[in-house]
Design a protein. Structure first.
Length: 588
């Protein structure tokens, strides 16, 4: 702190100021206390040796500041116009993981290779933190960058250009992330999960964005993502394809690629995936070099003799009990027994072969799973009945053909309209021009036969307990897709160029890895909503020259975050010096 005297025409004004460094690294000053004009200073400090008296007062202020900070604010002075005073620091915890993974070094390698001028690391940081906290288009991401305490120096056209270079290094980025993640944690890749999903686009169909039927059952321009995930739920590798690509063609090229590039060709990996990948080629590849497969098998698609065996109520076992054989129909007909075995997973297994592979077919059954599926399908059926009732009522009252509602009948297993069939006949059986709908009760009855049953094919022998445990982990990859779609809003894409689309999903992949690693470090104690909501609400109010005041609510999660990363922003005030120290530590 130091004294400042401002001289005007007929008077002098005294104040105490101090120097400080902003979070952007700029040196500036702020007024600690206004002492007043000459008369006010003399009344307070006396007329003899005013300078010495003020210096002594400054020493007292500095001593007090070591234990507490007094903030002086003028109730009559307006705040500066157009100056942002509240900043987010929730991204600090994401930033620490980003630098632990040395993604800044990856950006430096890419920049040195292509010799562009813009700061790729600063852009990638902004894109990733924004995708997790405030997902939006690239233009909105650029506009929202001012929310960060460290305001990045970005230009919108540089963000778009950066996407082109990230696409050129699509494989390198994934390999770098894998290799460096192994240095900060023990990756559990004994089991690798794979699944595909579609993201619909807000642009017209082109050479890359192809029309296909998405999960919503609507034909839209789609992009398909195939995702590999490790046993801890952390992304492992990914591919991006046009939306009309067959899922079965996407898995092996990426798997072969990462096995070679990640030096995993002789690792005893077990690949687990869903029924869409239940092909002979995928199984044949994954019995080589000590690998194994655990793949969902649709019971409906089994050969008749295997289907009869799978649905037979007799011959069921319980894990850990190799003696008793159960008849699930007898248990189902006994209310007391059904309560006892409600959460139990029954299983039976049989050896069978594909064209190229010897395998075991394991079928599981659970009363709890059966009830869950019954409820879902019954609710879908009730929705179908309501749709039929409303549609027929409307069509009976219309007078013009153009007002007739025509339902699109579908076979999508997730769409209630699959229980609807169209009838176009008159009472005497002749073909009619009017449209009438009814629900298909036979289809509901047929589907209900399979409720509670779950099929698995595998080349792993005599380890049914492990196999079932592996299949239970598949929900993690569904959770990853849900996070990307709902929390990260990854399909909020207004890009049409293939290279930029690929880069967009690559940054979503990195964002997903960083978020799920944070979730893992927190011992999976908190929901995705709780974590993200906490981070995006961790705001600090800047009080110029003094520091930052927390504006968020301290709770168990904020305590866990601070303890995990060994810094604190939850004191009554974080001084500028301390804040700059924290920012420096994040990059170590």
């Amino acid at each position: 702190m130091r004294k400042k005297v401002t001289h005007s025409k007929n008077k002098s004004h005294y104040s105490i100021i101090k120097d400080y460094v902003t979070s952007e690294g700029k040196r500036t000053t702020t007024v600690v206390e206004n002492l007043g004009n000459q008369q006010q200073v003399e009344e307070r400090f006396g007329t003899k040796d005013i300078d010495k008296a003020i210096e002594d007062y400054i020493k007292i202020l500095e001593q007090e500041k070591e234990t507490k900070i007094t903030i002086y604010k003028n109730p009559n002075k307006k705040i500066e116009k157009g100056i942002r005073r509240t900043f987010n620091i929730g991204y600090f915890f994401l930033k620490k993981i980003y630098y632990n993974l040395k993604l800044n070094e990856m950006c430096a390698v890419i920049k040195s290779k292509y010799k562009f001028e813009f700061d790729l690391n600063e852009i990638l940081e902004c894109i990733i933190y924004s995708r997790i906290l405030w997902p939006a288009s690239k233009k909105s991401t650029f506009e929202q960058s001012e929310k960060f305490l460290e305001k990045p120096n970005l230009k919108y056209h540089s963000i778009l250009r950066s996407l082109e270079y990230l696409t050129k290094e699509f494989d390198y980025v994934q390999k770098f992330l894998f290799e460096n993640s192994n240095k900060v944690m023990n990756r559990n890749y004994r089991v690798i999960y794979y699944d595909c999903t579609n993201f619909f686009m807000y642009t017209e169909e082109n050479d890359f964005e192809k029309y296909g039927v998405g999960k919503q059952g609507v034909a839209l321009p789609l992009i398909q993502m195939g995702l590999f995930m490790d046993a801890d739920g952390l992304p492992f590798a990914m591919n991006i394809n046009p939306g009309n690509t067959s899922e079965t063609k996407t898995m092996l090229p990426t798997e072969k690629d990462f096995l070679e590039k990640f030096n995993m060709e002789n690792k005893n990996i077990v690949v687990c995936t869903d029924a869409a990948m239940c092909t002979d080629d995928i199984k044949k590849f994954n019995v080589k070099d000590g690998r194994g497969f655990v793949i969902t098998q649709s019971i409906k698609k089994l050969k008749d003799e295997l289907k009869t065996w799978a649905l037979d109520s007799n011959g069921w076992r319980i894990l850990g009990n190799l003696v008793d054989i159960y008849d699930i129909k007898n248990i189902e007909n006994n209310d007391e027994l059904k309560k006892v075995y409600y959460d139990t997973i029954f299983y039976k297994e049989i050896e069978c072969e594909t064209k190229s592979v010897k395998q075991t077919l394991i079928v599981t059954f659970s009363f709890k799973y059966q009830e869950w599926q019954n409820n879902i399908k019954q609710n879908q059926f009730e929705r179908a009945k309501k749709t039929v009732l409303d549609t027929n009522k409307n069509n009976n009252n219309v007078k013009k053909d153009k007002d007739i509602i025509k339902l699109k009948v579908t076979k999508n297993p997730n769409d209630p309209k699959r229980f609807i069939k169209q009838i176009s006949t008159t009472d005497n059986g002749e073909v009619a021009n009017n449209v009438f709908y009814e629900v298909d009760e036979e289809l509901l009855k047929e589907e209900s036969k399979y409720n509670g049953f779950y099929g698995i094919t595998t080349n792993l022998i005599d380890d049914t307990k492990t196999i079932i445990k592996v299949m239970k982990g598949r929900w993690e990859i569904e959770e990853s897709f849900r996070i990307m779609k709902e929390e990260f809003d990854s399909d909020n894409v207004y890009l049409s160029r293939e290279d930029r689309i690929r880069a967009h999903f690559l940054t979503c992949f990195i964002s997903l890895f960083i978020y799920r690693l944070l979730e893992h470090k927190l011992n999976d104690k908190y929901s995705v909503f709780k974590i993200i909501d906490c981070l995006k609400n961790m705001n600090m109010l800047e009080t110029k020259g003094d520091g930052y005041l927390p504006e968020y609510t301290r709770d168990d999660l904020t305590d866990d975050l601070h303890n995990l990363f060994s810094f604190n922003t939850d004191t009554e005030i974080v001084t500028n010096k301390m804040m700059n120290k924290i920012i420096s530590q994040l990059k170590i």
